[in-house]
Design a protein around this ligand. Structure first.
Ligand code: ADP
Ligand code: MG
Length: 503
């Protein structure tokens, strides 16, 4: 873990009728592994394909079919574990979790209950510049996704689409270290950011690519610290699990609702039943779905069709050597090397593509000017066109060229904006455009001086006013800039105006 100095945020407190309550939250995030094929079959994982077109016999639970592990999925899980500074288990095993569901033709899900491939790790959740919470990761295991039952297409029939059946998921389980709704959303955001940097999950929440089961409990102030000191869960309240959340906003609303529901019950002298609940965004409430099931309800047992998974340290080391620079490290480097504020560095590192772009612009150039141009001009312009950085018509080399022309004094900031618009809409080499279109800043003292003289001579009344009130000298600077088509060097104009007015 990167040793950043940060402050730990205070937990969220809700004041009830009988005193204060604190929130305790742990998340189980299901992240679809970014691979071309499923966990135990060669069928494609492509999203949005014709229903039931990406289904191998083994996915459909045909008799006699055997699962064969996809090495690519294992590599992605290891890569994710390494990205979360987690323990990689060289020996892991697959278990069957038995239950009936129409979209699960095998009659069981292959998962890893007892020996997951990844053990303990941690993640730094950003809560604003200089403020972060360290959240421990308990484990990551590989498992199969189920298919999709469709009940709303026909009044008399239900349909099933098995395209998703058998797609590899990573279940990333946190410790109950999250202390409020905003932190839970920030945790998912940070996790998603790291997975996207690693290229192990697309993180598209709308497609259900990343979804979270959110465990919520409440306790009195001081109880959480006792849990931290002992790791004894009896210091904490009973939790309820909110299933399948796939929106940051709903995660926050659901937690808030659920915490208040539990507090009302407890303050009324009741007790919380451990159960699985569903959040209804239309009504903003959670509803009981089923009482909490235990491992023995699923009759978990080692899958006899699969050998234990043994991987070699050398293979893990190779994967480790191929990890990209991750968001925390990148952010720290942008602050240290380019002198950026933590806020700007956070904006630039939010998505890997943006960070690569900025890095390319800023290499060998002024970091702050580069950041300003990427964040304000480029992002602003792209947003106007509803475009992402990958569709940017301006390349890092072109934007770097504009920054160079500003730094060398060849163009003023104002002309640079015009130049940017030309490069954005027409393309071309910035230096060449400046040369051929006569956009170069006038730094010739003679030319500027005569423009200043002309304006002063034509406006005697303004001269008198400015001499009494020097703040009005700016008007002359503006007039000279206008007269020179914005090409005069503003600092030189300013000096000359002050000098000529005798200020
Ligand atoms: P299960 O299989 O029963 O869902 P897991 O161990 O997979 O259990 O996940 C339990 C999740 O609930 C973890 O993320 C854990 O941090 C969280 N959790 C455990 N106890 C509490 C609690 N008292 N309050 C909130 N979250 C909790
Ligand atoms: Mg679980």
């Amino acid at each position: 873990m990167l040793d950043l100095a940060y402050e730990t945020p205070k937990p969220k407190v809700i004041s009830g009728a009988t005193g204060d309550w604190e929130l305790v939250i742990g998340l189980e995030v299901h992240a679809q592994v970014a691979t071309a094929a499923k966990l135990f079959s060669g069928a494609s994982t492509q999203f949005g394909a014709e229903p039931n077109s990406n289904v191998a016999f083994v996915d459909a639970g045909m008799p006699g079919m055997l699962p064969v592990i996809n090495e690519g999925c294992v590599a992605q899980a290891v890569r994710t574990g390494l990205g979360l500074n987690a323990q990689i288990n060289l020996w892991s095993a697959f278990d069957r979790k038995n239950y009936f569901y129409p979209d699960l033709p095998q009659g069981y899900q292959i998962s890893q209950l007892y020996h997951p491939i990844v053990g303990e790790g941690e993640i730094l959740v950003d809560m604003g510049p200089g403020v972060a919470r360290k959240v421990r990761i308990e484990r990551i295991h590989l498992e199969q996704d189920a298919g999709k039952s469709i009940h709303d297409m026909d009044p008399t029939m239900s349909f099933v689409d098995l395209n998703r059946t058998g797609v590899a998921l990573m279940e990333i389980v946190s410790r109950p270290d999250i202390r409020g709704p905003e932190e839970a959303a920030a945790y998912v955001l940070k996790l998603r950011q790291i997975l996207r940097y690693l290229g192990t999950c697309d993180g598209n929440m709308q497609n259900g690519n990343l979804r979270a089961d959110v465990n919520v409990s409440v306790c009195r102030p001081g109880q959480y610290e006792k849990y931290q000191a002992t790791q004894d869960f009896s210091h904490l309240g009973t939790r309820c699990e909110l299933k399948n959340m796939n929106s940051m906003r709903f995660i926050q609303m659901a937690i808030d609702y659920e915490a208040r529901r539990q507090i009302a019950i407890l303050e009324d002298g009741g007790s919380i039943t451990q159960e699985t609940r569903l959040y209804d965004p239309d009504k903003n409430e959670t509803r009981s779905m089923r009482s909490k099931e235990e491992a023995h309800d699923y009759r978990y047992f080692p899958d006899p069709d699969l050998l234990p998974l043994e991987i070699e340290q050398a293979w893990v080391d190779d994967i480790k050597a191929s990890l990209p620079e991750l968001p925390d490290a990148k952010k720290a480097r942008f602050v240290a090397d380019f002198g950026l504020s933590e806020y700007d560095a956070a904006v630039l590192t939010a998505e890997a593509e943006n960070a690569f772009y900025f890095d390319a612009v800023a290499q060998g150039r002024d970091g702050k000017i580069s950041a300003n141009w990427v964040i304000n001009e480029l992002f602003g312009r792209l947003k106007k066109d509803d475009k992402g950085i990958e569709d940017s018509p301006v390349t890092p080399a072109q934007l770097g060229g504009i920054v160079d022309l500003i730094a060398s004094g060849d163009i003023s900031g104002k002309i640079a904006k015009d130049l940017f618009e030309i490069v954005y809409t027409e393309g071309g080499d910035p230096a060449e455009i400046v040369a051929t279109r006569g956009m170069k800043q006038v730094t010739d003292t003679g030319a500027i001086e005569s423009a200043v003289n002309d304006i002063i001579a034509a406006n005697p009344a303004q001269v008198e006013k400015a001499q009494q009130n020097p703040k009005l000298a700016g008007w002359f600077v503006g007039q000279v800039m206008k007269a020179t088509g914005g090409k005069a060097n503003p600092a030189m104009v300013n000096d000359l105006v002050m000098q000529k007015l005798g200020l």
